[in-house]
Design a binder for this molecule. Structure first.
Ligand code: NAD
Length: 252
């Protein structure tokens, strides 16, 4: 119960990686506020986690959702200790193919939301000992991948924000870290695999460890970074959990 008494806010928590992190935190004693858009899916996800999980319906692309979500965590749980900027979307396409609507959507959901949630959360986080922010970036934010340029750019930007915020927020006692997942078994990966031919085979061929990881496996790394004891000396870390995705290319 290493998160006993902790209050956490997780964006994009109705399924996939965000849900797995919320579940891990609740299992270890935290109270969580889960944010996503579809009320039915979100309510069912929170119900599965029991009374220490509640939810807030909203589009993370809106500043108002960020403000309401932070207020909800503070008023429901007496403060905020942990923020996980997880919500993200992938709209594949080369620069010639992408519509500007898709570009705006990825910038808003993947990047602007992380800024808006963090902006709203800094004050309550700075009032708690052991506060931490976790960014969910992507292996695609590390290396160029045709058809994912804007998605990759938003994810690379999250890594940059992590480094800068780690410096800015250190004096407030807030640690900021980032995970860069490779192929994780989630509804979003399955949806992407339907749009991008051979995505799964390509991803596995380009990893040293030839498997996908379940979302729960990534969540265990998230909990390590969020935990004050295990992760307390770690800030500004950009941590790859990708099966060696970036190293495989050195083998030719
Ligand atoms: P998912 O689609 O399975 O879950 C995403 C969650 O975000 C859902 O709860 C969805 O409802 C929510 N969401 C999406 N847009 C939203 C919006 N505008 N407002 C509020 N909520 C919104 O995705 P996932 O695979 O679990 O991905 C989670 C994060 O991990 C994303 O940032 C993604 O880019 C990143 N990531 C995933 C993988 C992978 O292989 N699955 C790999 C690298 C990085």
């Amino acid at each position: 119960m290493r998160f006993e008494g902790k209050s956490a806010l997780i964006t994009g928590a109705s399924e996939g990686i965000g849900f797995a992190i919320a579940a891990g935190l609740v299992k270890e004693g935290a109270r969580v506020v889960m944010v996503a858009r579809r009320e039915e899916v979100l309510a069912e996800a929170a119900r599965k986690l029991g009374p220490n999980a509640s939810y807030l319906v909203g589009d993370v692309a809106s500043t108002e959702t960020a403000e309401r979500a932070v207020e909800a965590a503070v008023s429901r749980h007496g403060g905020l200790d942990l923020l996980v900027n997880n919500a993200g979307i992938l709209r594949p396409g080369t620069v010639a193919e992408l519509s500007m609507e898709d570009v705006d959507a990825m910038l808003a959901v993947n990047l602007r939301s992380a800024v808006a949630f963090t902006h709203s959360a800094v004050k309550p986080l700075s009032q708690r000992k052991g506060a931490a922010i976790l960014m969910i970036s992507s292996a695609v934010g590390r290396i160029p991948l045709p058809g994912m340029s804007v998605y990759g750019a938003t994810k690379a930007a999250m890594q940059h924000l992590t480094l800068t915020w780690a410096i800015e927020l250190a004096e407030k006692g807030i640690r900021v870290n980032c995970l860069c997942p490779g192929a994780i078994e989630t509804p979003a990966f399955r949806a992407a695999a339907q749009q991008i031919p051979h995505l799964e085979q390509w991803t596995l061929a380009n990893s040293l460890i030839k498997r996908m990881a379940p979302a729960e496996e990534l969540a265990r790394h998230a909990l390590t970074l969020l935990d004050e004891k295990e992760g307390g000396f770690v800030t500004g870390a950009v941590w790859d959990v990708d099966g060696g995705y970036q190293l495989q290319r050195f083998l030719g």
